[in-house]
Design a protein around this ligand. Structure first.
Ligand code: PLP
Length: 383
């Protein structure tokens, strides 16, 4: 039977392909999806149980509970010094909900969104689902980083509506430096563009230093801040995210949400409020865990004669240059899975710029990571 062009144009995700194939093995170390094994903090779970007990199991306002939006406003203010009113915030089903509904709110068919690649693959599909056109600019390697702003400006056309940045980045873990942010802000001002800043990993920064483009002068009016509780508090299954931006966009997201999922889950919103009210201690512990894991895994992988990677600075992903093995990203990952039963993601899952790399998600305990790093090194060096 018939399916729409939207379905036909939706790129199947290589991340999921590797994940699905890994399930055909009984014993496998799965380092594919960005869904860590760290449990949701007890206080957050307790708030969810309590909310269910109190029958907080209904619809909420499309924009989310006012008390949660207040907590988000305080949290963003604490981190950035920028204050949003509750009317400038819409709570969504994860950052994915915020990204998609924001894209629908700003793109007309044929409008372009500039995406820095390698990138989280959902951006491409979301833009296409709105009838929009993704335009890519590579930011991998020193050369591309040096030319980044010039290349972004070259990609701007009279159809461009927005630039999306994801810093710290999935898959690379790169944090965009302050100068680059200023240059991107200047381009956005010059061509009157929105900047979507996806900051779902901003609290997983190992030396603690992170600046949002939102903090730059005059950027509040054109920044759409996308964030969620998923990675920050190990709450991926709660599906709570949000967008902060001009009231017109927050309203649009809330209005459109009615037609998709009405609102984020009520008891998950209440648990999210609890998480945000105790955020500093909770996120510090999670960040420390990832830091220890990423450094341990990196130290082991650096023993390879063929794998190249830098010291981790953020997120829980390692993006590793495998070009010296002579295999393509996909060949490397499929063979590693079939021969060593370790599942990682080919870099080209994050668009063309990722070819020649693999991504490892440090989502299991340190000992398991070290053991799998030893196997990966043996595999790579034995090729
Ligand atoms: N943005 C990026 C860059 C991600 O890597 C992910 C999930 O992996 C998301 C957004 C989605 O987050 P959420 O689970 O809150 O929808």
């Amino acid at each position: 039977m018939y399916v729409s062009n939207t379905v036909l144009e939706n790129e199947p995700q290589l991340v999921r392909k590797l994940y699905d194939r890994s399930k055909s093995y009984k014993e496998v170390i799965d380092l594919t999806l960005g869904d860590p094994d760290i449990p949701t903090p007890d206080a957050v779970k307790a708030a969810a149980y309590k909310a269910i007990d109190q029958n907080k199991t209904k619809y909420t306002a499309n924009a989310g509970l006012t008390e949660l939006r207040k907590a988000i406003s305080d949290d963003v203010y604490r981190r950035t010094g920028i204050r949003y009113s509750v009317d400038e915030i819409a709570v969504t089903a994860g950052a994915m909900g915020a990204l998609y509904l924001t894209a629908v709110s700003i793109l007309n068919p044929g409008d372009e969104m500039i995406i820095l690649e390698p990138h989280w693959p959902n951006y491409t599909n979301m833009v296409k689902m709105c009838g929009g056109v993704p335009k890519y600019v590579s930011f991998i390697g020193d050369e591309n980083m040096k030319e980044l702003s010039a290349n972004i400006e070259k990609a701007v056309s009279d159809k461009t509506r927005a630039i999306i940045i994801n810093s710290p980045s999935n898959p690379t873990g790169v944090i965009l430096p302050p100068d680059t942010l200023s240059e991107i802000a200047a381009i956005a001002e010059k061509y009157d563009l929105y900047v979507l800043t996806d900051e779902v990993y901003r609290t997983i920064v190992f030396d603690g230093s992170f600046k949002s483009i939102l903090e730059l002068p005059r950027m509040k009016e054109r920044t759409l801040l996308i964030d969620s509780l998923s990675k920050r508090f190990s709450m991926t299954g709660f599906r709570v995210g949000f967008v902060c931006g001009p009231e017109s966009i927050a309203k649009a997201v809330a209005t459109l949400q009615e037609n998709v999922n009405s609102c984020a889950c009520m008891f998950a919103q209440l648990a999210s409020k609890e998480a945000l009210e105790h955020s500093e201690a909770l996120e510090k512990e999670i960040c420390e865990t990832f830091k220890e894991r990423c450094f341990a895994m990196t130290a082991e992988l650096k023993k390879s004669k063929k794998l190249r990677l830098s010291d981790p600075v953020s997120t829980f992903y390692l993006f590793i240059d495998i070009k010296e093995t002579g295999l393509s990203s996909e060949e490397f990952c499929y063979r590693l899975l079939d021969e060593k039963h370790i599942a990682v993601v080919p870099g080209n899952a994050f668009n063309k710029a990722g070819e020649g790399y693999i991504r490892i998600a440090c989502t299991v305990g340190k000992e398991k990571l070290i053991a799998s790093a030893k196997e990966i090194v043996a595999f790579a060096d034995g090729l």
